[in-house]
Design a protein around this ligand. Sequence first.
Ligand SMILES: C[S@@+](CC[C@H](N)C(=O)[O-])C[C@H]1O[C@@H](n2cnc3c(N)ncnc32)[C@H](O)[C@@H]1O
Length: 282
Amino acid sequence: MSDPGESAAPEPDRPDAPAAIDTSVASPARMYDYYLGGTQNFASDRRAAQEIYTMIPELPEIARDNRAFLRRAVRTLADAGIRQFVDIGSGLPTQGSVHEIAQEADPASRVVYVDNDPLVLAHARTLPAGGTEGTTAYVAADLREPDAIFTHPDVRALIDIDRPIGLLLVAVLHFITDEEDPRGLVGRYRSRLAPGSHIAIAHATRDDRPPEAVRKMTDVYKRASAPFTFRTREQILSFFHGTHLLDPGLVHSPDWRREPDTPPSPSAAWNYAGVGLIPPER
Ligand SMILES: C[S@@+](CC[C@H](N)C(=O)[O-])C[C@H]1O[C@@H](n2cnc3c(N)ncnc32)[C@H](O)[C@@H]1O
């Protein structure tokens, strides 16, 4: 686990780390990158992840299943005609990103990625614009500040808030504490979105999970740059208030429109996922 006294200097495996990035404290974005087998992580992140693996060895599979849910949700929304997406808590760039999926359906689809981790933004700046030029942006902002996100010039340049959007809050609301009122926060987003918009949410649950494993993960994240809050299905369901849940409702992530012939996943019980439609008449 990371040592609070550890030097903040870049570590040998990432000598190019920008100064503003604190490599001594594990970060959710970099830990998640490690779960997914990425290389954008530091010793503090790997130690934190390894500590959780002692109790939840299936964590890499949970992360992969979560990404698979994200891809299926984006494809579903693209098929429903959504052409603009705001992905908040987007994580470090990885394969199967939202713009790749959305632009398979329509190359003109627009995607704004939002994250508050400095490494995410540092990497985003190095990405070649390529075919996505003019259709994709990365914005440094905090989920807890919807006003700042929706008034950000890069968001306004790409996203027409008066038309339906796909708002992705995938594996990010568990970084909002109960004191920060995640249900009220989602409500602030919902009230801004045009009818026909969708909100996709995936969230970790503690329902029927071994309490000592839940405690371990919670403890490790307390020492990281953001705490982690497991929630019950009922609490997660409340985030969809004011929306119409698409089939099959709020289910374990791998079970949300699972591809045919995909076997049930042992990671299933750790996350719930769903997609809510903001109905035309409210
Ligand atoms: C577990 S990753 C999920 C990445 C991606 N959404 C996915 O599901 O594959 C969580 C991401 O949320 C970001 N995050 C956590 N708290 C945030 C906040 N308050 N505002 C913006 N991003 C946040 C982290 O930096 C990290 O990149």
